[in-house]
Design a binder for this molecule. Structure first.
Ligand SMILES: Cc1cc2nc3c(=O)[nH]c(=O)nc-3n(C[C@H](O)[C@H](O)[C@H](O)COP(=O)(O)O)c2cc1C
Length: 171
């Protein structure tokens, strides 16, 4: 899909076609998009956990209880190494979450380009998710997304006008 059309068409999907499996080829395509994302100092601190196993998905409901989430064909956990990521010398700002956000957005857009639905999820219990997925302590689970073919076509959510968010010359 043409890029401007793609960013207009992507939606958060909260209903998946459970009868339509997602091939490993498609999963690899969206993972590859995340791999190509830029990161501060090119450190590439992002890690992705791909979950297909029904039992593990079911267990993840303890972290985020929405049925449309834990029953989706695939779940991807976006994780980042907060020790390895770049830190700004002036104020020790850690780029880990920024790096993760860029990679995850690449992944979500690549999925939409393949006709797949996703939904960025942050309102999960990170302690439960990290324990369940056996994530080491220096790695933070920042976001989760279901991945599957959409079984809904939600209307676009409203966005602020450009004039509300753009400041010319000075804020
Ligand atoms: C950082 C972030 C966290 C989000 N967390 C959740 C979440 O926990 N649960 C959920 O259903 N949607 C979540 N969303 C999806 C937003 O609600 C959604 O992106 C927003 O309403 C705009 O809708 P759209 O994605 O369809 O354009 C999150 C989105 C972002 C970017």
């Amino acid at each position: 899909m043409e890029y401007t059309e793609l960013i207009k068409k992507r939606r958060s999907i909260r209903k998946y076609d459970l009868a339509k499996p997602v091939s490993e080829e498609l999963v690899n395509k969206v993972l590859e998009a995340a791999r190509l994302a830029p990161s501060a100092c090119n450190i590439q601190p992002v890690h992705l956990v791909v979950i297909r196993d029904k039992k593990i998905k079911e267990e993840l409901k303890e972290a985020y209880g929405r049925e449309w989430f834990y029953t989706a064909p695939v779940i991807i956990a976006g994780c980042v190494d907060v020790d390895a990521s770049w830190k700004r010398s002036y104020d020790n700002f850690n780029s880990a979450f920024v790096d993760l956000a860029i990679a995850f957005d690449h992944l979500l857009l690549a999925a939409a380009n393949e006709g797949l639905g996703t939904c960025w999820i942050c309102a999960f219990n990170p302690v439960v998710a990290a324990k369940l997925l056996r994530v080491p302590s220096n790695i933070k689970v920042v976001a989760l997304t279901p991945l599957g073919f959409p079984a809904e076509e939600p209307a676009g959510r409203p966005r602020k006008e450009l004039k509300e968010i753009v400041h010319r010359e000075k804020y």
